[in-house]
Write a protein that binds this ligand. Structure first.
Ligand SMILES: *[C@@H]1O[C@H](CO)[C@@H](O)[C@H](O)[C@H]1NC(C)=O
Ligand SMILES: *[C@@H]1O[C@H](CO)[C@@H](O)[C@H](O)[C@H]1NC(C)=O
Ligand SMILES: *[C@@H]1O[C@H](CO)[C@@H](O)[C@H](O)[C@H]1NC(C)=O
Ligand SMILES: *[C@@H]1O[C@H](CO)[C@@H](O)[C@H](O)[C@H]1NC(C)=O
Ligand SMILES: *[C@@H]1O[C@H](CO)[C@@H](O)[C@H](O)[C@H]1NC(C)=O
Length: 300
């Protein structure tokens, strides 16, 4: 209670600093789905913003405008098919009769193309983007069998399957939940390469997004605390150096605060006295009366 006001302000300030440093240094977690940490900058890149989920599964998550019911598309150009892709999640489309993939894994197809009425998977869901140097990369594996291997599938052990590799590029002008996928090329129709431009691949966040960090309320609270701390520190510095005050008098507007404190104290005491004395008064005064009466009666 009897801390000098400068100490009080310092305590307040250090608690603010402690709060903010704690929120940035703890809860860091590389295992969050669809999040990658850049080894060069240490920032987290959260691709969940462009990971599409069926509308009914998007509960609680913020969606810009109406939820999409289609995955991202990429034109094949010279390749004789167009591609459908989702990021970190299976495609939203119902895929059935996927060439060379068990029906149990149809729901896991994250990228496919359709050719001559057949659906070819070019990779199964994966949610671990990672950095290769400065490139943010995500790959899908276990798609349909590669063309050369399909006929020789009896050579069970060395069957190769289609796979996809995606490179994410920052696009600051893109809308928050928007992605532009471009097909770059394929080797032997076995591995497919895409570039995905999105704002999700930009800045990066210092805090693991899944830890929650500071919400808008928390940010407001921190700003308020800093304002209060600045008021006290600045006020104290002024009172100390310009007005040459010491002790409690260094507090900015000391008399105002002291008056308010006294008022609150007096009201509280009055309230307490009123609340606690009322019911006990009778018995206590009864005893007191008895005690005081005894001597008086004795004296009489
Ligand atoms: C790919 O999509 C474009 C435009 O949506 C369309 O014009 C083209 O015919 C499609 N290509 C194939 C092979 O389906
Ligand atoms: C996908 O399949 C589900 C059930 O199998 C069905 O209810 C739904 O209408 C289908 N959606 C589309 C777009 O075909
Ligand atoms: C396939 O999807 C199901 C349900 O979405 C999931 O439980 C399962 O782990 C997935 N399998 C793989 C190999 O990702
Ligand atoms: C594909 O991604 C996994 C992590 O999800 C990684 O371990 C693997 O090395 C990657 N493969 C290639 C060819 O980049
Ligand atoms: C392929 O491998 C499975 C086990 O993984 C085995 O049961 C099956 O007989 C093999 N088929 C051929 C044609 O070798």
């Amino acid at each position: 209670m009897k801390l000098p006001s400068t100490h009080y302000s310092l305590v307040l300030l250090s608690s603010i600093l402690g709060l903010s440093s704690a929120s940035t240094s703890s809860h860091l977690n590389d295992d969050s789905p669809c999040v990658a940490r850049s080894p060069t900058s240490g920032l987290y890149y959260d691709l969940n913003a462009i990971s599409l989920a069926p509308p009914e599964l998007k509960n609680g998550k913020k969606v810009d405008g109406e939820a999409r019911d289609e995955s991202w598309h990429a034109r094949g150009h010279d390749y004789p098919a167009n591609f459908t892709i989702n990021v970190c999640a299976p495609v939203l489309e119902n895929v059935t009769d996927v060439v060379g993939v068990d029906s149990a894994r149809w729901q896991n197809v994250s990228a496919f193309y359709e050719q001559a009425g057949k659906i070819y998977s070019i990779g199964e869901q994966a949610s671990e983007p990672f950095f290769r140097g400065r490139k943010l990369v995500l790959n899908y594996t276990n798609g349909s069998p590669c063309p050369g291997d399909w006929n020789t599938a009896s050579a069970n052990t060395s069957i190769r399957t289609k796979s996809t590799i995606m490179s994410f590029l920052c696009d600051r002008d893109a809308l928050p939940n928007q992605a532009t996928t471009s097909f770059v090329g394929t080797m032997d129709s076995c591995s497919y390469y895409f570039e995905i431009r999105s704002s999700a691949a930009c800045g990066g966040i210092a805090v693991d997004p899944n830890s929650g960090g500071l919400g808008p309320g928390g940010v407001f609270g921190v700003i308020m605390l800093i304002a209060v701390a600045a008021y006290f520190i600045g006020g104290c510095a002024y009172q100390r150096t310009v007005m040459h005050q010491r002790g409690w008098r260094q507090c900015p507007n000391f008399s105002l605060w002291a008056g308010m404190f006294d008022f609150v104290k007096v009201s509280l005491l009055a309230l307490l006295a009123f609340a606690s004395c009322r019911p006990r008064r009778r018995s206590r005064f009864g005893n007191l009366d008895a005690h005081t009466r005894l001597p008086t009666s004795r004296l009489d």
